[in-house]
Design a protein around this ligand. Structure first.
Ligand code: LLP
Length: 463
């Protein structure tokens, strides 16, 4: 990473404050295609356009803040993942990243499956017509009512997360007279980070059943003994926003080892493994994500190799990318309000949203990029912190970035790569109205999730 504490450029301060930021781009008007969705470009007037529509028009029609989702990019990414893994594997989009009925229909049309992790996500999926057998149901504490609904609907798999749940799902399935297809989620002892992975204490987290000390093997024993369950495989998800494939490779190796142990003990070769999601995307120009075909090749090579060594039939692989599909396809559009230069520090640029539409910066210290998008500018770069309008000093959208020094109230700025875990984690803090999601495609824009209204707030508040 080319981080610099004292980049050249800004004129508003002689000494730049300590910070975690890159030098400003040579030309702030150039949009780095790594972080913007595929149809984003600048028009002849310098305004950003997506799907052929200029942001000024979008802001006028839909207001700000708002998320604009590039539908053709979303669909292209679905296809890229499906093509990369091919017909002998399954791609489950992780709905927690962002889910709406339109998204479900796109997934269905593009041939993807769907991972849901709550009754609400399940309802959205079924309501929009996703065939139940293409749905995987996750969660470390599924309620009995949720399991009932999933079994009744006939979901393709339930991913079992605890010993208690093995029994719970088996009973419910039996009561419904079905054998529920299930996988067991195991924790493989790999915690993957960007550029590194470290072994963790297996027991010290809420998800899954540890491979270590034979817990997972015991879970398999129990699942195989229960009539209500058809154990189809083993599941592992090692983390999120990961660039280094090494963690996935260790995970795949350990999961295959478990399949070999199951074969040796029970004489059955489980037909599937799921390696979860977690593939990283570019939030700033410093991030270099892998392409789906590289990921698919790395995973299938390691699984094939390990299976050959263990003399196992190669299982069908599934993966669950969420962020890697939807993350890069959307940006958040804000209008600039107050601009407050703090001499010797930085300039605080306040926008009309904030931590209620993007909690990731406050919660994970996430890094984002930002650009002036309603026009171009030849002004010098100034170091800014983009903040929201909430009553909290941690209400930061972009911690350190450069915007042109002639930025003015009323300008539109956009934060790219907000498709994943922004709308889905949005809140009503300070009674903010959660922004709409507008799908843009081929010169047409349509609301797929409408903006909340004050009436919505009052309707929930029953007095
Ligand atoms: N599969 C399972 C079982 C998961 O738990 C997750 C994410 C995924 C797939 C999808 O992971 P992805 O490909 O989107 O990284 N709110 C956090 C991310 C939490 C992810 C939770 N599980 C964030 O904003 O970074």
């Amino acid at each position: 990473m080319s981080r610099s504490a004292h980049p050249a450029g800004p004129r508003h301060a002689d000494v730049l404050p300590e910070g975690h930021y890159s030098a400003p781009a040579a030309d702030l008007n150039v949009l780095d295609e790594k972080v913007w969705s595929r149809t984003v470009t600048r028009d002849a007037d310098g305004a950003l356009t997506v799907g052929g529509i200029a942001v000024a028009r979008l802001a006028e029609e839909f207001g700000t803040p708002a998320y604009f989702l590039d539908e053709s990019d979303f669909r292209a990414r679905c296809r890229a993942w499906a093509d990369a893994f091919g017909p002998d594997a399954d791609v489950f989009y992780a709905g927690k990243a962002f889910l709406s009925r339109a998204v479900v229909r796109w997934l269905k049309e593009e041939g993807l499956n769907l991972d849901v992790c709550s009754g609400g996500e399940l309802t959205t999926a079924l309501d929009a017509g996703m065939p139940a057998d293409r749905i995987a149901f996750h969660g470390n504490n599924k309620t009995v009512a949720e399991i009932e609904r999933a079994v009744e609907a006939g979901v393709g798999r339930i991913v079992l997360d605890s010993f208690q749940e093995i029994v719970r799902v088996a009973h419910i399935a039996q009561r419904h007279g079905v054998r529920q297809r299930v996988q067991i989620r195991v924790t493989v002892g790999v915690e993957a980070h960007t550029h590194e992975f470290i072994a963790t204490a297996h027991e010290d987290q809420k998800f899954g059943i540890a491979l270590a000390d034979g817990q997972a093997a015991e879970a398999v024993r129990r699942a195989l003994s229960l009539d209500g369950l058809e154990l189809i495989g083993v599941h592992s998800h090692i983390g999120s926003q990961i660039f280094d494939m090494a963690g996935f490779e260790v995970s795949a190796r350990r999961v295959v080892q478990l399949l070999a142990e199951i074969r040796d003990e029970h004489g059955v070769e489980l037909p599937e493994i799921d390696l979860g999601g977690g593939l990283g995307i570019a939030y700033t120009s410093d991030d270099d994500p892998r392409e789906p075909h590289e990921i698919a090749k790395a995973l299938s090579d390691i699984v094939t190799r390990e299976c050959e060594a263990a003399k196992l039939r190669t299982p069908r692989i599934s993966v669950e990318p969420g962020r890697a599909i939807v993350g890069p396809t959307a940006f958040t559009l804000y209008e600039v309000g107050t601009i407050k230069p703090l001499e010797g520090l930085r300039t605080y640029v306040s926008v009309d949203g904030g931590m209620s539409d993007n909690i990731r910066t406050a919660l994970y210290d996430a890094e984002y990029s930002v650009a002036l998008v309603s026009r171009t500018s030849d002004a010098e770069p100034m170091l800014v912190r983009v903040v929201g309008k909430h009553c909290e000093s941690g209400d930061i959208v972009v911690k350190d970035a450069f915007l042109p020094a002639d930025l003015a109230p009323g300008d539109l700025i956009a934060v790219p790569a907000t498709g994943a875990y922004c709308r889905s984690m949005a809140s009503n803090y300070n009674h903010a109205l959660r922004p709409p999601v507008v799908a843009v495609r081929d010169g047409e824009a349509r609301v797929i999730v409408r903006r909340e209204t004050e009436e919505d707030l009052l309707r929930l508040d029953v007095g």
